[in-house]
Design a protein. Structure first.
Lengths: 268, 314, 256
């Protein structure tokens, strides 16, 4: 499943990002600073309500920061530059049904390119290439999306952003509601992407399988930013932030050994 | 028969209703677009899907038959009157094309009867009642139930009027028959709508449509719409009385061999009834005037209430 | 309202589906519905001619007769019941008397006419729509002078009714298993709560879809891929002209 389009990749710089939902008492994100290099694969993990998805929605300007700023490559994320930013950052949402909103699969995958102003024939070619690159080239793309299986829908959702040829791919819980095999297939697809990849998940093992670097978020704050192995082995840190590993199901959760947990890079 | 099929309406009635509904739809699209901006398409689309899905839920009516929700008031309470009107219009188009439920020539009439009477007039009644009685969850539920019931009766009365004007049956008769059938159909519609709005208002009142702050114009408009709707309903119900008697008289005329005279309804549907029943006609006029006065009062009260609220907030 | 019947015969090759595009078929359906639905009273010969055309159309569409009959039959109660009331309510000399019931002659004629017109219109629309995929029909609606919001509502409504139906079924099943032998009032409440739930889900999903649309560059309007058709409109024009001619013939038949 090689990438058909030229492998461009943009970096992301998030600096001192703070965001409060209208009417909410506590901010969903406070003072988050993260940099991702072009082509790097980074996972953002954290328990439910940590602010992971909120962070993701800032990447292509769906939400506007209450304070702080973002840059995608050489462009600051501002309302004026949104069309360009949205072409650079492809957002893959958690529920593929939210992303496949057109009457047919082909129209769904061509939606982005058409919105970017591509002529019909080029948009369709682009869409067919994207479907092929996620292994859906054989499917009758003129049928509605409700004919697809769960795993196919997820790959189709990925195709809808690949067709826009983005330099950054951002995924919200890409492994949710998939069976073991579906999870492995998605992990392989993600690993092979030449683009910059940001994966938001509460599944630490999946994160470690796809990304060499993991950022831990909790309560809207950045807790840790380390290598996947370091996070995976820091039992105390995982326990403290309500993150579980699958093998604990059988072994039972280890007892917290508090002092060992990584306080070194924690920002308070 | 909430949905008029092809073949019932005459060409002039079909054309008039199509043009009227078309103009109203264009205006509604403008209003919904202004209010919802780029959220309009996904919001209305999902509301349409919700009404499709809701109409698949059958509930028992009398004698082993079952019916489904029309949903005009429900969708208007959640998404707003103009959005609700457009959603019901989209649903009617799909029903006519894909389900042979309601005719394509009757589409204009069905849009006016179901989308306009349900979502617009129904919402007007709901808004007026909640402005008068308050907007707690239970009161919202009761207001929605009353609005759904009355708008269903209005749907029937409007369909009866269109069928009468098309020459299918004497206007008074078809109006009365359709209104009374819908006075029954409206019962489950009212109960379900009321309970659903009550549940919604308890759980997520924040998701219900909020009229723009201090829009006294909107409230007056709602009250006027509601008033017109109720007057029309009462006129429809009274026509049952008006039609019951002449029907009996016509039977007598037929039996006595005056059949030729009796079929003169085609020339003047109402006049002979009134000639037969001067007393009823007088009562009808008095009641319509009374209702109009009552609603002028309601509108004035609603406006005063809104002004008082605006003064409190400002 | 079930959606299972959609698209069942849409992919069968037929003369009609080869010679016309979905958009052109939409115009044919409208033409047929208008010619049949608005045929003036008393134009029996024109109505018979129209029936012949519709039968011919059904034959060119290669639909199984049983399937077509079932679909048309499904719509018949909608107009048969109100039409049956006419012989009893339209005044005129009685043609048949059954005890206290007198079926008037003008009422019977009127009812027969209405049932014929309605059956013809429903059959014609069913034939034309059956050979068209629902998704194609939705994009063909672009040809009609409808506000954009109505078209997008239809497209999204068609896409998401399946998703919401699944959610509705899950909620309904959970409620049923909990209700058991609950009294009638609780059952009604349960139905209402289920509906409220679907509306809530629709509301929430609508805002998520909005975000998904924005993130792919949506500003306003849904772009379509549908290329301009290269198919000649000859047959469509011919069919619609024929339908219009029959309707005019009906008008003339009544006025002379």
């Amino acid at each position: 499943m090689s990438d058909s389009t030229g492998a461009k990749a943009w970096g992301v710089d998030i600096s001192a990002l703070t965001y409060s939902y209208p009417g909410a008492a506590a901010p969903a994100l406070s003072d988050v600073t993260v940099s991702v290099a072009p082509g790097e694969h980074v996972a953002i993990v954290g328990p439910n309500g940590a602010g992971k998805s909120t962070l993701l929605l800032h990447l292509n300007g769906i939400l506007e920061p209450s304070a702080g700023s973002l840059r995608v490559g050489d462009l600051p994320v501002t309302p004026a530059d949104l069309p360009e930013i949205r072409g650079r950052v492809g957002l893959v949402f958690q529920d593929p049904d939210d992303q496949l909103f057109m009457p047919t699969l082909l129209e769904d995958v061509a939606f982005g390119p058409l919105c970017q102003g591509l002529p019909r024939q080029e948009a369709e070619a682009q869409a067919r290439r994207a479907l092929g690159s996620v292994g859906l080239g054989h499917i009758d793309a003129r049928r509605p999306a409700h004919h697809l299986s769960g795993g196919e829908k997820r790959r189709a959702a990925l195709a809808t952003v690949l067709s826009m040829d983005p330099g950054i791919l951002a995924f919200d819980e890409p492994s949710a509601e998939l069976d073991g095999r579906g999870r492995r297939v998605i992990a392989e697809i993600l690993r092979a992407r030449p683009q910059t990849v940001v994966v938001v998940t509460h599944d630490v093992e999946f994160a470690a399988a796809v990304c060499p670097r993991i950022v831990l978020l909790d309560g809207g704050r950045l807790i840790a930013d380390r290598s996947a192995d370091a996070i995976l082995n820091d039992t105390g840190l995982l326990l403290e932030h309500g993150l579980e590993l699958a093998r604990w199901l059988r072994e039972g959760a280890p007892r917290a050994t508090a002092p060992e947990s990584g306080t070194s890079d924690r920002k308070r | 028969m909430a949905h008029i099929p092809d073949g019932f309406l005459s060409a002039p009635v079909a054309a008039t209703t199509l043009v009227t509904a078309g103009a109203l739809t264009a205006y509604a699209a403008k209003r919904a677009q202004t209010r919802l901006d780029d959220r309009a398409a996904p919001t209305l689309g999902l509301a349409t899907a919700a009404i499709f899905a809701a109409q698949a839920v059958n509930f028992p009516v009398a004698a082993g038959t079952s019916g489904h929700l029309l949903g005009g008031v429900l969708v208007a309470v959640v998404f707003g009157p103009w959005a609700g009107y457009l959603v019901m219009t989209a649903v009617l188009i799909a029903q006519a094309l894909l389900f042979a439920d309601g005719g394509l020539t009757a589409l204009g009439a069905n849009v006016l009867n179901i989308a306009a009477a349900g979502a617009l007039v129904g919402y007007g009644i709901y808004r007026t009642l909640t402005a008068l009685a308050g907007d707690g969850a239970r009161r919202r539920g009761l207001a929605a139930a009353a609005a759904a019931y009355l708008s269903a009766v209005l749907t029937g009365a409007a369909a009866g009027l269109e069928l009468g004007l098309s020459g299918v049956a004497p206007t008074g008769l078809s109006l009365g028959a359709m209104a009374s059938v819908h006075a029954l159909i409206g019962l489950p519609e009212g109960v379900i709508t009321g309970l659903a709005v009550w549940a919604l208002a308890r759980k997520r009142a924040d998701l219900l449509f909020q009229p723009q702050a201090a829009s006294t114009g909107g409230l007056t408009g709602a009250a006027v719409l509601a008033g017109l709707g109720v007057v029309a309903i009462l006129a429809g119900l009274l026509s049952i009385l008006a039609s019951a008697a002449p029907d009996g008289l016509e039977r007598v005329a037929i039996d006595l061999g005056f059949a030729e005279a009796a079929s003169s309804w085609e020339a003047a549907p109402f006049s002979d009834y009134q000639a037969w029943l001067p007393g009823t006609a007088g009562t009808l006029v008095a009641i319509v005037l009374g209702i109009a006065l009552l609603f002028a009062g309601v509108a004035a009260t609603a406006r005063a209430l809104a002004r008082a609220r605006a003064a409190r907030n400002g | 309202m079930g959606f299972a019947h959609l698209d069942r015969y849409a992919d069968r090759p037929s003369w009609l589906s080869r010679r016309t595009t979905p958009e052109q078929r939409l115009w044919i359906a409208l033409g047929a519905a208008f010619a049949a639905g608005l045929m003036p009273p008393g134009a029996w010969r024109a109505l018979a001619a129209l029936a012949l055309i519709v039968a011919l159309g059904a034959w060119t569409a290669r639909l199984p007769a049983g399937a077509l009959a079932r679909r048309v039959a499904h719509a018949i109660p909608f107009f048969l019941l109100p039409a049956l009331a006419l012989p009893l309510s339209v005044p005129g000399p009685a043609a048949v008397e059954l005890g206290p019931l007198a079926f008037s002659e003008p009422g019977l004629t009127k009812a027969a006419e209405i049932v014929l017109r309605a059956t013809l219109a429903v059959s014609a629309v069913t034939v034309v729509i059956s050979v068209t995929r629902a998704a194609d029909l939705l994009s063909a609606l672009d040809a009609l002078p409808l506000p954009r919001l109505v078209k997008s509502s239809l497209a999204l409504g068609y896409r998401y009714v399946y998703v919401l139906n699944d959610e509705l079924e899950r909620t309904g099943r959970a409620l049923r298993s909990r209700l058991g032998r609950a009294p009638v009032s609780r059952r009604w409440q349960a139905r209402a709560v289920t509906l409220a739930h679907v509306l809530l889900r629709a509301h929430v999903r609508g805002s998520r879809i909005h975000a998904a649309m924005l993130s792919r560059g949506y500003r306003d309007g849904f772009p379509t891929l549908r290329p301009a058709s290269t198919l000649s409109p000859f047959w469509t024009v011919a069919i619609v002209t024929l339908l219009a001619a029959v309707w005019l013939a009906g008008l003339i038949e009544v006025s002379i």
